[in-house]
Structure formats: C-alpha cells, structure tokens
Design a protein around this ligand. Sequence first.
Ligand SMILES: [Zn+2]
Length: 479
Amino acid sequence: MRFLQLLALISTLIFALQGPTQGPAPIAQPLASPTPTPAPLPPATVKIDAYRVAAGRIIGAALTSDRAYSRLAHLTDHIGNRISGSKNLERAIEWAVAEMKRDGLDNVRAEKVMVPHWVRGEESLEMLTPVSRKLQMLGLGNSVGTPAEGVSAEAVVVRNFGELDRLGEQLRGKIVVYNVPFTDYGETVEYRLRGASRAARYGAVAALVRSITPVSLQTPHTGAMQYDANQPKIPVAAITIEVAEFLQRMNDRGDRPALRLRMEAKFLPDAESANVIAEVKGSEKPDEVVVIGGHFDSWDVGQGAHDDGGGCIVAWEAARLLKELGLRPRRTIRVVLYTNEENGLRGGNAYRDAHRAEIPKHVFAIESDSGVYRPEGFGLAATAPLQVRSNLQEIARLLSGIGSDRIAADGGGADIGPITREGVVGASLDVEGSHYFDIHHTPADTLDKVNPRELALCVAAMAVMAYTVADLPEPLTGR
Ligand SMILES: [Zn+2]
C-alpha cells in the first residue's frame, strides 16, 4: 500500500470515528462545468517510433543553439516595435526575407497586404480637480483623437457594464472610467473592445479603461478597440490599475474628479505591408502543407518581444533547424509571419484569400502567439476530429522529455482563424503563461522578459510537432 493511500485510509477512519458533525465543514463544490465530458479518443493510427531519433536531434540542436535568441535580439533591440504601417515593420519584413534566403529556406517571399495605419501621436491624461496631477495612460489602438485642447469633463467610475447601464443618462457629458478587475483575458477584454461605444450610447465624451492585466507597476496596456457604427466615436485610452483605483476612491468619496484627456491619435491612409513566407519544401507531397507562424506586427510600445516577435522567431527557427539538420519532411512546412494581427487581422485574412485554392491541402496549422515561455504542449481546436486529437496526442509523446506533451482541449489563434474556419485543423503552441498578461501590449514587453532557454524549448516543441506531422506516411486524419 502506498503512503498516500494509507494516509487516505487513516483520515477516513478518523473522520468515521468523529462522526460527520465534528468533521471539517463541507467544502462548497464548484459549479458543474458546462463543458460536456470529452468523448473517449479512438486509438492513434500513427506510429511515432520512427521519429524518436529525429525528435532527439531537433531538441538537442534547439537547446544548443543561440540563433533564436540572437535573432529575437536583433528584431527587438535593433528594429524595435512594429505597428502596422510603421517604418519598423517594413524594415523587419525586409530583414526577415533577406535572412530567410541566407538560411537557405525555400520559396522565401513577401506577399503584399494593405494594412491600416493608425498612429498614436502625443497623448496625456491629467486630473484638474480636486488635485492637479498627471495620470499614466496609453491610448487604445484604433481610437479617434481629441480636439487639440483635449476633452475636459467630470469622471464617473463604473465597475461593470451593469453599473454603466444603471447610471444611463447621468453619464451625458462625462468621462466614463471602467474599473474592471481582470478575471480572464477573453472576459475582461470586452471593456477594452466595446467600452467606448457602450459609454457613447449614453452621451459620454470619452472613456478610460483599466488595463487588461492582473498586476501593474503603473504599467498601462494598449490593445485594439472597436467602434459600434451606430454610436458616436469617442476617444478611449487605457489607464493603469493604480490610476483606476485612485479614480475609484475619488468617485466613492464624492470628490467628482475632473480630468483632461488629450490624444492626437488618427488613421493615415492604408499602407503597404506583407506576410513573410518561407518553406521547407516537402520531398514526396510538396503540395500538402503544414503552416507554422506568428504575427510580425506589434503594438507601438515596448519591443513586441513576447507578442509576437518571439512567436515568429520560434516558427522561423524551427524551419531553419530542420534545414540545418537535413530533415526534409514528406510534406511542405511553411512559415508564415503574418502582418497586422493586432489592429486589423489583414494578414491572416490575406493569407486565406491568396491561398484559397490550396486550403484543402493544408494538413495542419500551428500558431505561436501566447508569449515564448516554457512550452507545455499544443491547444487543439475543440472542433478537431477525435482521430486527429488522438494522433496528435501520440505525436506529442515525443516531447514528453521537455514537458511539452499536453494536447489541450481547446486552442487555435487569430491569424490561423480564417483558414481554420475553412476546415483546416489548427492549434496554438501553449506555454506557461502566468506572467504573459503582466507585460502584454505594454512598454515592458522587451527582450529582458524572454528566457533564452524557454525560447529554445518553444523552438524544439514547434519543430518536432511540425516535422512529424509533415512527415507522417499516413494522413493525420487517419484516413
Ligand atoms: Zn499577439
């Protein structure tokens, strides 16, 4: 009998002797998850034994090379952040195309995409009364600007859309402040996306949104917002958690704080950009494709190191390593560095449109856009066929030695969304992301946050998975 079983037996006996009234208070059970119990998986139809040696070589090569990190260092330190339409993004694209050719990758090219060109300009937020103070802010991407003199008004703080709706017409002429604590990204980001238009519906003149993050060192987080075409467009900016709580205290004491928001944000005409593409051409079925990639654009603050310079380097380096090791799979591995994920998704959509005819030949698509932390495995779209899930779980066993063998119940990505909606099986490279939202879309997304070893592990996980799927003698679908 194992120690833990013995312990369990003893505690059961003690509990039985004490009787239920003296036992510990029952712990409230969490509500039943709405997710149905997953269907049992069919047995895998793929055989991975033939790939153990290759997987070992790939992992070894990734972990003993500093190429991924030094390339990310060039991208972040020498080029910098890369918002759509910027000179930096253009330079990054030119650099990647030249370097990929030097790497000896196949069919290296830039596929033209027109992208929105939003510029931030100068911006500031200050408290006018009851005290005069500068406040940390960062305009939200796609926001309109303010008149040159700014927008000055009383601030009203709400904790959620429910409070907003209850105040309703009382918000006319006010600056609405959303002080919404972070729960998870998908839920909380609604305030960044739709907060401005929801407030504009009641006549608010501007909106401020608490940054979408669980922690803050006075770090404001930008990100895309969307206007509702039926409401007036009002300027909107992110504020730090510290500023949101300060305004909340002022609000709750009845101080009626007055603020002035100044933003020069505006759109310039669409700019020319490109998706960067490079391949390891397949040896037997070159027309069948495994796509791997991330987005090359970033926000206009920080360096776009984790989001998503790192993700791009992971896909690129995975292909380069295979080339270096002489591992040419049966099918083609295609690296795509998508443009304009952050404020338009034009790159992902353009890829689908330009490659529409070959979409049925896309075997698998992996997106790396969750930061380049320690890889845990892959998040497979919930809609993926069970046989594919079973086969990927089998292949992922090749990564158990580096702890990256989990196939999560859900996954995917923004850039592969357009092709996965056309039926391509898609997955995300999943990482230990507990600190991602500390720095996401902030001036703090810089190279020093990237651990070279974790980056190398991401390369290894991506390369082993892509290579094996691309090389299988049988189809991933099992048919
Ligand atoms: Zn991203």
